[in-house]
Write a protein that binds this ligand. Structure first.
Ligand SMILES: Nc1ncnc2c1ncn2[C@@H]1O[C@H](COP(=O)(O)OP(=O)(O)OP(=O)(O)O)[C@@H](O)[C@H]1O
Length: 440
């Protein structure tokens, strides 16, 4: 953890408007069919000796952000200043001398260690890659020192053994030893204890914090688990579909979370209940959406218990809410209502509207006025018009801009509950008139 870091000092790493987008699939003409914005406009600063946590569900972009920071994937745009130099435009040969300083600890110790190498060879391997040693004896001395630091003692007894002879926790100590043997300054740990038994996780995390102090390390710590992040991190960025939704001091995130997604993650942490272990709770309303088609407006709005009319409700949300209703009503209601709406596949679904083709459009419009406000997820709060058009009913949605980051009580939050501040390059519902108050 940070010990007396001076926030006025030059940051070790400063990240500005970082984007890493993947194109997914091409059609027969070679045109790109989809883009996954795995990292989409991320900003932060990290000072020497700090631990930054990247927290979010599977698919939120944690690993891609971590890998982008080390240029293991090439960012699409933005800046990653490390000790003042921008890594983004650097070629791999320009990066090579810096790789000694920038290291990564991976999740799965079994996949990380080469089973054909002895421990001395595997842990010492980076020393040879970076030309830090000249003789085998020298490399073995470095390995002995590192094995001792990670608690594999007496170290010399391990040198000529193979990784598979060790337990999961011991193997992860090996992975840590190998990642730190080149004496890096900046280390990304991607779910470093997720593959380990519960019983050894805390010890490995404690070891990482001890090594951080001893070796003056700066960590980016990736986890889906807020409780682990609290134990490890000075600051936390909560990621959702490639964006930070809340970013600030770890303590604040726990004592007074300001984004509904942070609150949802917090409430999903199992609580020990009267003598029994708490069960893991699920997050509200289903899973993280497909990153190739993120929801308009605030990306969290379809799952958000507090979403209101400006949060980005769009045509697909109304279809989803109707389908959800029809899984819950009695068979007669289901028959009556599905007849009234006809096949939902025939509806023209757009961002700003849905056009239902209906045999009784007046009745359908009346139903929408009466029952729309009771549909799940507050989708109808954003409806500005229900219009009958000969054999159709058109439902229109009002403005739903994507929230920009704003300062709320000493941290950054992207949520309209704190005032509607529009992200200029965001995904919006409605016309350009919604962009009157914009920020990055
Ligand atoms: N090489 C790639 N090509 C296309 N899409 C990718 C690629 N790598 C990641 N993605 C997509 O980017 C998004 C973010 O993935 P990422 O692995 O960074 O998330 P994560 O939060 O680390 O998830 P997990 O905890 O499951 O590892 C996902 O939608 C994923 O499918």
């Amino acid at each position: 953890m940070v010990t007396g870091s001076d926030s006025d000092a030059e940051p070790l790493m400063s990240v500005r408007d970082l984007n890493t987008h993947f194109t997914t699939g091409r059609n027969l003409l070679g045109r790109t069919q989809g883009v996954v914005k795995a990292v989409d406009g991320v900003n932060f600063e990290l000072h020497r000796g700090e631990v930054l946590g990247l927290v979010g569900e599977s698919g939120s972009g944690k690993s891609t952000l971590g890998r982008s920071l080390l240029k293991l994937v090439q960012p699409t745009s933005g800046e990653i200043r490390y000790q003042g130099r921008d890594l983004v435009p650097m070629s791999e040969s320009q990066m090579r001398p810096m790789r000694r300083e920038l290291s990564m600890i991976f999740q799965d110790p079994n996949a990380s260690m080469n089973p054909a190498m002895t421990i001395a060879q595997g842990v010492g391997h980076p020393l040879w890659i970076h030309g830090m040693v000249e003789t085998r004896a020298e490399a073995r001395e470095w390995v002995v020192d590192m094995l001792e630091r990670v608690g594999l003692q007496p170290a010399r007894n391990y040198l000529d053994r193979y990784p598979e002879e060790l337990s999961g926790g011991q193997k992860q100590r090996l992975v840590i030893a190998r990642s730190l043997i080149t004496k890096p300054s900046f280390v990304i740990a991607d779910e470093p204890v997720a593959a380990l038994d519960m019983s050894v996780r805390a010890r490995v995390l404690e070891l990482m914090l001890e090594l951080q102090e001893e070796l003056d390390l700066t960590y980016v710590f990736i986890t889906h688990d807020l409780a682990t992040a609290r134990f490890m991190c000075d600051r936390i960025g909560i990621l959702y579909l490639g964006r930070f939704v809340e970013y600030g001091d770890a303590d604040l995130m726990f004592s007074d979370p300001q984004h509904p997604y942070t609150r949802a993650l917090l409430s999903a942490i199992p609580q020990p209940e009267a003598g029994r272990r708490g069960r893991e709770k699920t997050l509200p309303r289903g899973e993280i959406p497909d990153a190739a088609r993120p929801p308009a407006g605030c990306r969290f709005h379809p799952r958000c218990p507090q979403a209101f009319e400006v949060c980005g409700w769009e045509g697909q949300d109304l279809i989803d809410a109707l389908e959800e209703r029809w899984t819950q009503v009695d068979p007669e209601t289901y028959e009556r209502e599905t007849k009234l709406f006809g096949k939902l596949d025939n509806a023209e679904v757009a961002r700003e509207s849905v056009r239902f083709s209906a045999s009784a459009p007046e009745d359908l419009a009346e139903w929408l006025h009466e029952h729309g406000p009771n549909l799940h997820a507050n989708v109808f709060s954003a409806v500005t018009e229900v219009r009958v058009e000969s054999s159709h009913v058109l439902v229109r949605f009002g403005a739903g801009p994507e929230p920009a980051m704003q300062k709320v009580d000493r941290r950054d939050v992207a949520c309209h509950l704190h005032g509607v501040l529009v992200r200029e390059s965001g995904v919006h519902v409605g016309g350009p008139e919604v962009l009157h108050q914009t920020a990055r």
